[in-house]
Design a protein around this ligand. Structure first.
Ligand SMILES: O=C(CO)[C@H](O)[C@H](O)COP(=O)(O)O
Length: 148
């Protein structure tokens, strides 16, 4: 699977660990930055770049990482076609796929150990959208609003 990933300084080390881990697992990972650690950098640009890449690349998924993941999720969700979910435990990671068909997961690197965060990402990537009519109906309602 192709995965578009981005992080600011707060998520930089986790991004580095995830890129290695996901590539070793056979995924095609595209790193949208930050390219170097800069304690003063800003998350919107890299998160929006990763989110735009997900929309342009059918079947791909995205990962945006910051200290809390909140701003990263907010930035990604500004991109039309993105459904970004903040995953903070295994259930929110899997429900993001099952119920919301989320195509981007946001992770708060300061909220988890590296191992916990990797497990959240794996839970997200390993789950599929249920396809249940009620969930699709709700997703369509959000999409309809987004297009107005
Ligand atoms: O999580 C984030 C946004 O939601 C950022 O990573 C966080 O706000 C960065 O904080 P600081 O500049 O104090 O290191």
């Amino acid at each position: 699977m192709r995965i578009h990933i981005a992080a600011d300084h707060a998520g930089f080390d986790l991004k580095t660990a995830l890129v290695s881990h996901l590539r070793e697992s056979g995924h095609d990972v595209v790193d949208h930055g930050a390219d170097t650690y800069d304690a003063e950098d800003d998350y919107p640009g890299v998160c929006i770049a990763a989110a735009e890449a997900v929309v342009a690349d059918a079947g791909s998924l995205g990962i945006v990482i910051g200290g809390s993941g909140n701003g990263e999720q907010i930035a990604a969700n500004k991109v039309r076609g993105v459904r970004a979910a903040l995953a903070w435990n295994r259930e929110t990671a899997t429900l993001a796929r099952q119920h919301n068909d989320a195509n981007v997961v946001a992770i708060g690197a300061r909220q988890h150990t590296t191992e916990e965060a990797i497990a959240l990402v794996e839970a997200f990537l390993g789950e599929a959208f249920s396809g249940d009519e009620r969930h699709q109906r709700r997703i369509d309602q959000v999409a309809e609003y987004e297009m107005r």
